[in-house]
Design a protein around this ligand. Structure first.
Ligand code: HEM
Length: 159
């Protein structure tokens, strides 16, 4: 069982690094950029700072996925996907997939360039869209963390 405890600890530490970073970007970096920079410069500042976070997020996403699937396999929890009370397992995988596609596929291939181009044409609207996207992602992630901690420790809602 020690291996599962280690996997759980690595899972949680990586979630903290990753979702903590998303929270920082959403509640500190984006509002600060809005306050301190003119509309045309906001996306550039955001892009430069967020680029550094992207690698931290990619690594933590990878560890969260590996440790998460390892726990599913070791606990043999596959039948949980059939019960609504374990919605938080589906939510964890959905959040993970969403970020994985964004961080590993969309961002490097097109999103970054597209956003910078859009921000030259419509700086204010693009910045607002980016801020809203982050708020929504943070909200979904935090609801998932709440459900996962309560559920892992025996409090199952919607039973
Ligand atoms: C591939 C994606 C993921 C898989 C397969 C996965 C799987 C798991 C499993 C099997 C557990 C243990 C459940 C139990 O003890 O009953 C767990 C716990 C947890 N997971 Fe995930 N997870 C994934 C992604 C995520 C994400 C994206 C988050 C955060 C948004 C997250 C946050 C947590 C938290 C906070 C716990 C509770 C730890 C505790 O209090 O003991 N996981 N996960």
């Amino acid at each position: 069982m020690d291996d599962i405890t280690v996997a759980r600890a690595l899972h949680v530490v990586s979630v903290v690094l990753w979702i903590g970073g998303v929270a920082f970007v959403t509640t500190v970096l984006l509002p600060a950029a809005r306050l301190l920079k003119a509309p045309q410069e906001r996306m550039q500042l955001f892009d430069q700072i967020e680029r550094r976070f992207a690698w931290q997020a990619r690594l933590s996403t990878l560890i969260v996925g590996l440790t998460g699937f390892y726990m599913l396999y070791r606990f043999d929890m596959w039948d949980r996907f059939r019960h609504g009370a374990y919605w938080w397992i589906d939510a964890m995988i959905a959040v993970w997939m969403l970020f994985t596609v964004m961080l590993f596929v969309l961002e490097p291939l097109l999103l970054n360039r597209w956003l910078l181009a859009q921000s030259k044409l419509k700086p204010d609207a693009t910045f607002r869209a980016v801020a809203w996207l982050h708020r929504i992602l943070l909200f979904i992630s935090l609801v998932t963390v709440l459900g996962a901690v309560m559920g892992s420790h025996g409090l199952l809602l919607f039973e």
